[in-house]
Ligand binder design. Sequence first.
Ligand SMILES: [Zn+2]
Length: 329
Amino acid sequence: MRVAIGVDLGGGSLRSAVVREDGEVLRLLTTQTPRTGKDAVLAEIHKQVQSLQREWDVAHIGIGAPGMVSDSGYLHGHAVNISDWGEFDVAAELSALLGSPCVVRNDVAMAAFGESHFGAGRGADPVALIAIGTGIGAGVVVRGQPLSGRYGAAGEIGHLSLDPHGRLCRCGRHGCIEAYCSATGMIERAHELARREAGGLDGPLRRELLQGTYPALEAERIYRGVAEADALAMLVHQESCVALAHAVALLVVSVGAEVVVLGGGVMNASELILPALEQPLRALLPPELYERTRIQPGELGPQAGVIGSAAAAGTWTQGVKRVAEGSLK
Ligand SMILES: [Zn+2]
């Protein structure tokens, strides 16, 4: 059985898995990403990989990490969702720590790689994936390889501003894609509109927000409102889909994506999101491109990252299982 180890480092969770060469996840470990900075994060990755290697004799490791990661595995700039995570050679440090050569790319690029090999992008080229969660990121796979760009900026669409006079983003600029269609952006926008607008937007969601029912509002509540035709929820949703349509169109015209895969937690509401993208996309793209654009929900779910990372590890190797499952503490 040929296997590799894939690691998916996100701002919220860290996942590591032993993955078979057909994309099947054989063993998955998940924990919360440490909040205390780079050294703690690297130590946690080391711990997970060691734990998997106690069960499986496998040396090849692929790692998806947040931020602008170049082909060589160097992180340019700083990722906002992990503290103290920037400007260092992630591949060199992890290879030294783990004692095995590590292939490191951006986390969304790895998820795109997974979907292009085993999921919604099978057989297509180029494949782009937009991950819609607490933030927005994209990954691109061209001719079977993840595309990074000289400074790892390929797919860094989250903080591309669509409107310099738009709403303030957490990056300090205005009108970013992420400020409208990430879960965080939508939630902030719902609170903002509830306070500012009355009349036409009044409804159950606005009243709940003003009463403070949702100190921790989730995107799911907004989509429940959309399903019930709540005016405030509908407006947040429509604005979000316009921003998302810009992201899709951008990938179609910049890399000529044959398929744009939409993944991430927000896509649990895909049956509401996909139809709402049609109109803004039709307005953005020339008809011959709009007709050819394929938009599909991801098929690998939250496992896309570990599967893609394992596939990018370089080589599938004959993995020997050392111990039976369940016999380890
Ligand atoms: Zn921004």
